[in-house]
Design a protein around this ligand. Sequence first.
Ligand SMILES: Cc1cc2nc3c(=O)[nH]c(=O)nc-3n(C[C@H](O)[C@H](O)[C@H](O)COP(=O)(O)O)c2cc1C
Length: 326
Amino acid sequence: MKPWLWLSPQFAHDIAPLALRLGAAFKTDEIPIWKPLKWNGLSFPNRLGLAGGVDKDGESIEEWWAYGVGFVEVGTITPRAQGPNPGVIMSRDLPSKALWNKMGFPGRGVDIARENFKDLPPRRRTPVFANIGKNRDTSNDDAVKDYAACMQTLDGLADAFVVNISSPNTTGLRELLQPRRFQKFLGGVLAAKNKIESSNTPVLLKMSPDAEDSDLQSVIKIACDLGIDGFIATNTTLAREHGSPFPPEGGVSGSPLAARSKEVLQLVRDAAGPRKLVVSVGGVMTPLDVRERLDLGADLVQIYSALIFEGPGFFKHVAREMQSQR
Ligand SMILES: Cc1cc2nc3c(=O)[nH]c(=O)nc-3n(C[C@H](O)[C@H](O)[C@H](O)COP(=O)(O)O)c2cc1C
């Protein structure tokens, strides 16, 4: 039974943190261990984590642990608090198992996220990544300053930073991914990271599914030359399937994204080589999908849409399947 699917997407989204807390309150079990991974000094008990955008401020990290996640990505965190884009910001289509959103990084700002990271127990049950972005009223020319501010504020608290310039819902953001702007931007972000105290914190780049393959290859080459530690593929898409019920603006996720997400995963793995951390996200809806992404070269896998269609029990469902197939 999935009673939340009877509610409006916005209402279900608004009450999710409370429902999550209630559901997690009596769960004390260990995080399921399957295919554990050690990377860069971090220990992942399993390969399936929470994608960016679910826990924007890091308010429910311990609840996600109770549901058995292998890692949590908090954010997108911006330097200053900001509200969502105007109008309807999310919708879903049950027959095609698709979500649509044009949220635009609503959040309480990096100072609140910092408090939430500081409240975590000293021994974290999984790695916690911080996905960082710019405020919508910061120009692209000043974007590096926003990413630098987030890293400085979360210095020593995030286990990895995820640089998000692939969201379609902040006007002009994806222009930073154009190869001619990208080098200066990422060079600036990595230089700022090298100045923080925990300068060995790894940095991952979140990719867009909508760029041409040749542009993706250029971006990956530049990022690797600059010393990036890994990639997350992919963010939501502006592409629409024939008959899609969603408006042309905004990002689509879930099943319609799966084919392109897998293509980009393979492209990233080929272009980045075996040593970079590669995280696959986009249209992972079943335990078999998780296995397929790992077989295609992903080190880690994430979900957002599957949480809406299957509920938070999905993490343990996948764990049971993986453990029974060993
Ligand atoms: C409502 C919603 C909000 C999202 N917010 C963010 C975000 O703030 N930052 C980010 O990097 N990705 C965000 N995403 C993208 C997801 O992290 C993920 O890349 C995408 O949804 C594809 O995965 P899925 O098919 O499992 O949903 C969001 C996705 C949805 C559906």
